[in-house]
Design a protein around this ligand. Structure first.
Ligand code: ATP
Length: 306
């Protein structure tokens, strides 16, 4: 039976600047995405009808119906190609579910590539990118990988140069946080704070981009920003203990990853990351701490049987 397996990366936002609430309910963002080597794998095989299965940590929380982002990706590509989405997608999950690391978006990007190869469609890269943007603001970056500056709702992507390898530790939490709930909490906290009422438009940070381009973890640590962090901490106060445990264990810097509840810590090198992961695992302030590296490539075909 023909099958195609594609791997796609999680992301950490090394800068997430959130503008004021727009009349349409969204926020303008300036996002600097960095793809990390925690990856899901999606295998596509022919089937009578669109079907999704999932295995791995947190698989029980992943919807297996048409709402699964990988299924939506297959359906969107099939509609564009004018064919039936007659495919079985099996997701091997390694990215924490609802962890602020865009695991669902990674699966959607992987499904786009896997179905395109299985169906022999040869869809142009720009079309895949356009379909990805229609599926969610983090999906184009999961296709692209590396590092990128995202504007608007995150879908206008400019690749950024990165030198060398950055060493990260991710502290995974019990349970997830809903991204819309975290944005709502961010708006609520800003409305309550007299100094926060006048939110400026989100800006980029040339010093952060220079740190990525130089491969300098100390300079990068000094520039990490997540405007959603106060809201994630407000909804999940225990994350402050996780951030403190990482700081006490010698992280160069730590922050909530995206909308959380995963916390991300930057280490100086691989040994530093291994020691930090051990301290965090021993601290009892997270479900599991995992050391990994960045940047990781975007969605990549790793197995193809014609
Ligand atoms: P977001 O991209 O909204 O910031 P996240 O990165 O925190 O989310 P995801 O793992 O992408 O977290 O999942 C968010 C929600 O999307 C899950 O709670 C789940 O209900 C739904 N979902 C749909 N498809 C998938 C998928 N393939 N993998 C994981 N979750 C999925």
């Amino acid at each position: 039976m023909p099958s195609v397996t594609v791997r796609a990366p999680a992301k950490v936002n090394v800068r997430l600047a959130v503008g004021p609430l727009r009349p349409d309910g969204y926020h303008d963002l300036v996002n600097v995405f960095l793809a990390v080597a925690l990856q899901d794998r999606v295998t596509a095989t022919p089937a009578g009808a669109l079907r999704v299965t999932c295995a791995g940590p947190g698989a029980g929380q992943v919807p297996l119906d048409a709402g699964n982002l990988a299924a939506r990706a297959a359906a969107a590509l099939a509609a564009r190609l004018g064919r039936a989405p007659d495919v079985h997608l099996h997701i091997d999950k390694d990215i924490p579910v609802a962890g602020g690391m865009a695991g669902g978006s990674a699966d959607a990007a992987a499904a786009l590539l896997a179905c395109d190869a299985l169906w022999g469609a040869g869809t142009p890269r720009e079309t895949l990118h356009e379909l990805a943007a229609g599926l969610g603001s983090d999906v184009p970056f999961a296709l692209a990988g590396g590092a990128a500056l995202g504007r608007g709702r995150g879908e206008l992507l400019t690749p950024l140069p990165v030198e060398g390898t950055f060493h990260w530790v991710f502290a995974l939490a019990e349970g997830g946080l809903s991204t819309p709930a975290v944005y709502r909490e961010c708006d609520r906290l800003r409305a309550e704070d007299p100094a926060g009422a006048d939110v400026p438009p989100p800006q980029g940070d040339p010093a952060l981009e220079a740190a990525l381009a130089a491969g300098d973890p100390h300079a990068l640590a000094a520039r990490l920003v997540n405007d959603l962090q106060p809201a994630a901490l407000s909804l999940r106060p225990a994350l402050a203990d996780t951030l403190r445990a990482g700081a006490d264990a010698g992280a160069l810097a730590g922050l909530v990853s995206g909308s959380g509840p995963t916390c991300a810590f930057l280490a100086a090198d691989a040994d530093g990351a291994a020691a930090l992961a051990k301290s965090l695992n021993d601290s009892g302030t997270c479900r599991q701490a995992r050391a990994t590296t960045a940047p990781a490539p975007g969605a990549t075909t790793i197995d193809f049987h014609a």
